[in-house]
Design a protein around this ligand. Structure first.
Ligand code: GLN
Length: 476
């Protein structure tokens, strides 16, 4: 299949030059060929083939087809899809099967998208390298010695290796943008509340947001137009009207005013080759008429600590539901007697959760505990507010903020597993948008001169300014 844009593919589908069945077979073959990358946890062979046949029949009969007919999509293993397995890459969900479909997945299906399978990720979306999945690591397609990033590593690899046309991920602190940067593709995290979280396994509910991995901006805009919008099942999902994001791409942005956060470039963790590439890009944009100001950002060092206090607190509460009683994994090592119930909780959770998830549940429980609540949780909430206000004020004067997506390009397996803090720091540039609830995108910027691994640049706009974000990203 030699298509670079979806409009051409769909045109050929309508003209019967290609069928959905052929498209699905093409991807199934590639998925088989690249099995060793471990991107897919499950391939939905049967339902994908059935859907393809149904759409092909509709085309044959001259019936109208959906906007996504012909698009094959993989979903991160945190999205519910009725009748299909769902594990959040954890042992604790056992053989759980979804009893309903996530709103955003349903909206894709309603437009005739074909869901090809569920994609590996870090357990409960906690991680930056995909090494914390209970089902094994995902290899970077560009060089299998390197991590694909995380937590949506499988979603990034599936698109970069052409195992599906586009994929869904979630981004709580960078899990779409960081792997997109490491895999050389585009990762879009919309504003908090732009896409319903109904049917998505919760990690940190005030941060989680679904988004996409694509090879071009047009697809990101199309998918967002379809998935975004209010949902009676998610009270935090915004009722703001959803513009047709594909339309804005036709227009060129006029005199864009951008802020570059000085402190992000002075950060000692930032690799030289990224700094150079980023600064060159800024100069190039200035020549093209972008008005760029370097501004102070005194909060950089507080972002990761704030993020980890708040998200672990929320995670410790969200993950309390996996108790070995209601669904999923239950330990078999329970002896009958007085303590059987307590033993069921303790052993099921101890055996079912992986190390990183346990670390976060404990940390979150600690920061919420009576004696420490004010010192950690309340304080972190206050910092979040300061960051939010900073962003709001910045966007009164600027259209966008630009910064690197990640401090380095992809690292090798095992490099950061022993030092969680160094792993956490790989999200230093991405958590900002999650703390503020802003939309952000990572687009390819350059390659590491030593190992040729890609890295991206990031654009952030004011909340619900996805149209502007996509327009600028498309132009760049
Ligand atoms: N890497 C970050 C973390 O481990 C972000 C995860 C995410 O966005 N889901 O928390």
């Amino acid at each position: 299949m030699n298509y670079t844009n979806f409009t051409d593919l769909q045109q050929d589908l309508k003209n019967k030059k290609i069928s959905c069945q052929e498209i699905v077979q093409y991807y199934l073959k590639r998925i088989e060929k690249y099995k060793h990358l471990n991107a897919f946890l499950e391939v939905f062979r049967e339902s994908a083939t059935e859907t393809a046949t149904r759409i092909d029949n509709n085309i044959k009969q001259g019936k109208a087809i959906g906007k996504l007919a012909g698009m094959v999509i993989g979903i991160k293993d945190v999205f519910a899809y009725k009748g299909h397995g769902l594990n959040a890459s954890s042992k604790i969900l056992g053989d759980f099967k979804s009893i309903y479909t996530a709103t955003c997945v349903q909206r894709l299906i309603d437009e005739d998208a074909i869901i090809i399978g569920r994609l590996n990720c870090d357990e409960f979306a906690m991680g930056s390298s995909n090494e914390s999945s209970a089902f094994g690591k995902v290899l970077n397609y560009l060089n299998t010695e390197y991590v694909p990033g995380g937590s949506s590593g499988g979603s990034a690899v599936a698109v970069s290796a052409d195992l599906c046309w586009a994929s869904l991920g979630t981004d709580t602190g960078g899990s779409i943008r960081q792997p997109a940067s490491f895999c050389g593709i585009i990762g879009l995290k919309p504003s908090y509340g732009r896409i319903s979280r109904y049917g998505i396994v919760a990690y940190a509910s005030s941060f989680d947001q679904a988004g996409t991995f694509t090879k071009n901006i047009e697809d990101a805009a199309l998918l967002l137009s379809i998935m975004a919008g209010s949902d009676e099942y998610d009270a935090t999902c915004s009722e703001k009207p959803v513009p047709d994001y594909t339309q804005v791409l036709q227009q060129k942005p006029s005199s864009v005013k951008c802020a570059v956060l000085k402190d992000t470039l002075e950060n000692e963790g930032l690799a030289d080759y990224i700094k150079i590439a980023f600064e060159n890009k800024i100069k190039e944009l200035q020549k093209q008429g972008y008005i760029i100001s370097y501004i102070d950002f005194p909060y950089l060092e507080y972002l990761i600590p704030t993020y980890y206090v708040l998200t672990t607190a929320e995670a410790s509460s969200n993950l309390a539901r996996y108790d070995g009683i209601r669904y999923g994994y239950r330990s078999k090592n329970i002896t009958e007697g007085d303590m059987a119930l307590e033993q069921t909780y303790i052993k099921s959770r101890s055996e079912g959760f992986g190390k990183e998830v346990k670390r976060r549940i404990m940390l979150g429980t600690f920061v919420l505990s009576a004696g420490y609540y004010d010192a950690y949780y309340t304080k972190a909430q206050k910092v979040r507010r300061i960051v939010y206000d900073f962003l709001k004020n910045t966007f009164k004067q600027f259209d966008a903020i630009m910064l690197p997506s990640t401090p380095t390009s992809a690292f090798k397996f095992g490099e950061k597993t022993k030092d969680p803090v160094s792993m956490y720091l790989s999200d230093i540039y991405t958590v900002l948008a999650n703390l503020g609830g802003n939309p952000a995108i990572s687009i390819p910027l350059g390659k590491n001169p030593v190992d040729n691994m890609p890295f991206g640049m990031q654009i952030i706009t004011d909340t619900f300014e996805e149209a502007k974000l996509l327009q600028i990203a498309g132009h760049i």
